[in-house]
Design a protein around this ligand. Structure first.
Ligand SMILES: NC(=O)c1ccc[n+]([C@@H]2O[C@H](COP(=O)([O-])OP(=O)(O)OC[C@H]3O[C@@H](n4cnc5c(N)ncnc54)[C@H](OP(=O)(O)O)[C@@H]3O)[C@@H](O)[C@H]2O)c1
Length: 301
């Protein structure tokens, strides 16, 4: 698996990242999660994406338990976590309604708790999960800057920020933001046009692309875009060693000149291996556009 430096002073990550949002969906225990992490390391997919809210605040603890089973495993991985989204659930008694909080003190409290749950003393990347409409950028930056100075986070970044939100926060940072983790895939190509990918390219910041298979919707036979994509993928598979739709969907993201890193969500080991192979697929220009047209159901302008 190829590797990429997220930004000039940012960490080096695997080109494809293993996402853990759904890791508890199949009832996996610590042993099973430990097996998946080892499989990731064997495939060179050493970067693991998580967040405090995943599994309603239970995934980080499960990851910590899985890491504790193999001393040394943590040091083979780059860990990304995020903070700032709070929703009512049994793990957050007293929380009446969903809200965002990206104030400096909250980010510091959250990161400290994430480190405790993961059983580690630092993460390679810490992201503000969503822009908090009620918090000034200097307040958010103060928390991130303090965590950077203390060495608890190797780099700071954001997720789901618009280009202007990214620029506003960047101006307050002592170390440049290392990424913007955004929704970008065949069924959501908007970042190509809304300025977020242009900004990443201009700043030399590799974005992270979440839900690269649209959370599985690109396989939904009831979705006309998925049906068109399946046909398009079949028509070009021979040119790519029989590649499957999911592999072509990852390659479609990887081909963008801003160098996005797909953050994948499968719990299936065979699909994990197929994902790892897709970083060697270089889509021909015409096939990239053919996939765009199939997804959009229209010709390019
Ligand atoms: N920053 C953010 O706001 C944000 C938001 C959402 C997600 N994320 C990150 O992105 C990661 C990935 O998100 P995601 O899980 O939505 O990604 P995804 O890779 O787009 O979707 C994964 C889903 O697709 C299914 N799938 C994969 N291959 C399939 C196939 N060939 N046929 C049918 N279904 C298939 C998987 O099921 P199987 O497990 O059975 O393969 C799984 O349910 C998350 O884990 C998280 O780390 C970040």
């Amino acid at each position: 698996m190829k590797r990429i430096r997220l930004s000039q002073r940012g960490p080096e990550f695997s080109r494809i990242v293993f996402g853990t949002w759904r890791v508890l969906d199949t009832g996996a225990n610590a042993q099973e999660i430990n097996r998946r992490l080892h499989a990731c390391v064997e495939l060179g997919m050493t970067t693991i994406d998580t967040a405090e809210i995943y599994g309603l605040y239970e995934v980080e603890q499960a990851l910590g338990a899985a890491l504790a089973l193999s001393p040394g495993l943590r040091d083979k991985l780059e860990i990304v976590t995020k903070a700032g989204i709070y929703v009512p659930c049994p793990q957050r008694p007293g929380c009446r309604t969903a809200y965002y909080n990206a104030t400096g003190p909250q980010l510091i409290r959250s990161l400290d708790e994430s480190l405790r749950l993961l059983g580690t003393d630092r993460v390679e990347l810490f992201l503000v999960h969503r822009p908090d409409w009620l918090t000034r950028a200097d307040d958010t930056a103060a928390g991130l800057n303090e965590l950077l100075r203390e060495g608890k986070i190797r780099a700071a970044g954001v997720s789901n920020y618009s280009a202007s939100q990214f620029e506003l926060l960047s101006a307050q940072m002592e170390q440049p933001l290392a990424t913007n983790q955004i929704e970008f895939h065949l069924l959501h190509p908007e970042p190509i046009h809304d300025g977020t990918l242009h900004q990443c390219e201009k700043l030399g910041v590799a974005p992270m692309a979440w839900s690269p298979l649209a959370g599985g919707r690109i396989f939904d036979p009831a979705n006309p875009a998925a049906v068109r994509l399946a046909a398009a993928a079949e028509s070009m598979a021979d040119r790519y060693n029989g590649a499957k739709l999911e592999q072509l969907a990852y390659a479609w993201i990887l081909a963008h000149p801003a160098h996005p890193l797909p953050v994948i969500g499968t719990n299936n080991l065979e699909r994990l291996r197929a994902a790892a192979e897709s970083d060697s697929i270089v889509l021909e220009r015409e096939d990239w556009f053919a996939l765009w047209e199939a997804a959009q159901g229209r010709k390019i302008p």
